[in-house]
Ligand binder design. Structure first.
Ligand code: GTP
Length: 408
């Protein structure tokens, strides 16, 4: 057996170039080559500008242009979850973007459980990941987990609706929740300020965990300031538009009103830039990491300690070992029951066969007796015949002798 030798760690200064300082870059280059991947979910009532914002964020028509579509609330829509995937590229960096759209909720007469299909969709993606992790071959795990969820708040200017609170409460433990005030161009600057305060109060009061860039003391001051700026804008008041309008002879993305133009890419006009900065430029990897290390991990742990069962099921809280013992016992009982049933059927069949054999035997005996009787009858008849012949013809004694031997 080989002995374990402890080798002291020596700290050395390198005399010349070795090259491993490039390791972070290597990882980076590998990722650049492989491309990045991000899954974004948009949740909110129908017509709040979800598709328009996704188009605006990624500066491409991921959705067919819906700009001319006016929101209608006449026909109630079902929660129909759509997934759109696109490969986008910027300066040679590839991003596989998946957007999950959840149109139409809030349109029902009874909206009580309309968050459920959305939560189930998020959890099904965790389940798919968990299933791949448990496979023997885990080389190519496809990550379809939701990394961020933009929650669109209707620009009422009042406070969160009970349905918003319920939705956010349900989703917050499973996904990085990013609240946004939709169509903020329909509110004045003061209205937005007051609305933001009330929304944050509602979120705090209902203990809803929303995503915020973390502030680490050891980050450089610039990053800390950037993150503070982003946090101060939450919930982001956004304006979406994939149309260009003219401002002072220059084409900009925005929305035109008789009193002026609201520019999408102008920090003075809305928080779109800050949202995009957080989501794409600075915190995409952080959002993915948090999804993997905190949200998914907590889902996974919960699932394993519950033995893969639903929280609401009777077996919840049971540890996997006792669950296994219980299943083993149930299986053994089932086998014993099957064995007893088979034994009973076998015995019944044997009894039937025995009965049949007994019957056949009796029949054979009866036939045997009948044949014996018949033969006896024939013998008696022949004896009688012989006696009569002998009595009627007193012939030669030799002949009589012969005949006597024949019918003995
Ligand atoms: N005023 C204003 N209108 C917007 C904004 N964003 C989108 N719209 C308009 O709102 C309407 C609905 O936008 P969509 O992007 O289709 O909304 P949606 O939430 O995806 O709608 P569903 O797919 O039905 O759920 C369109 O007419 C858009 O032009 C915005 O920021 N401000």
């Amino acid at each position: 057996m080989s002995e374990i030798v402890s080798i002291p760690i020596v700290k050395k200064k390198l005399a010349g170039y070795v090259g491993f300082h490039n390791l972070p870059n290597q990882v980076h280059r590998k990722s650049v080559k492989r491309g990045f991947q991000f899954t974004l979910m948009v949740v909110g009532e129908s017509g709040l500008g979800k598709s328009t914002l996704v188009n605006t964020l990624f500066n491409s028509s991921l959705y067919p242009n819906k700009e001319n579509k006016e929101p209608t609330h006449e026909t109630p829509k079902t929660v129909d979850i759509q997934t759109i995937s696109a490969d986008v590229e910027e300066n040679g960096v590839k991003l596989k973007l998946t957007v999950i759209d959840t149109p139409g909720f809030g349109d029902f007469v009874n909206n009580e459980e309309s968050w459920r299909p959305i939560l189930e969709n998020i959890e099904a993606r965790y389940d798919a990941y968990l299933e791949q992790e448990n496979r023997v071959n885990r080389k190519r795990i496809v990550d379809t987990r939701v990394h961020a969820c933009l929650y669109f708040i209707s620009p009422t200017g009042h406070s969160l609706k009970p349905l918003d609170i319920e939705f956010m409460r349900q989703l917050a433990a499973r996904v990085n929740l990013i609240p946004v005030i939709a169509k903020s161009d329909t509110l004045t600057e003061d209205e937005i300020k007051a609305f933001k305060v009330r929304i944050l109060e509602d979120i705090a009061y209902n203990k809803i965990q929303i995503y915020q860039p973390p502030i680490h003391d050891n980050d450089d001051p610039e990053t800390i300031q950037e993150n503070r700026d982003i946090i101060s804008r939450i919930p982001f008041a956004i304006v979406g538009s994939d149309k260009e309008v003219e401002v002072n002879g220059k084409k900009v993305r925005g929305r035109k009103y008789p009193w002026g133009v609201i520019e999408v890419d102008n920090e003075e006009h809305c928080d779109f830039i800050k949202l995009r900065q957080m989501l794409i430029r600075t915190h995409m990897e952080e959002l993915k990491e948090y999804t993997n290390e905190v949200l998914y991990e907590s889902y996974r742990m919960g699932k394993l300690t519950r033995g893969g069962y639903d929280v609401s099921s009777e077996t919840s809280g049971m540890n996997p070992l006792s669950k296994f013992e219980e299943e083993k016992l149930a299986h053994e009982q089932k086998m014993a029951k099957m064995e007893a049933e088979m034994k009973a059927v076998f015995q019944q069949k044997v009894a039937e066969k025995e009965n049949k054999l007994k019957q056949s035997e009796e029949e054979l005996y009866a036939r045997h007796r009948e044949m014996k009787d018949q033969l006896e009858k024939q013998r008696l008849e022949l004896e009688e015949k012989k006696r009569r012949l002998e009595a009627g013809r007193p012939g030669t004694p030799e002949k009589a002798k012969k005949n006597k031997g024949l019918f003995k």
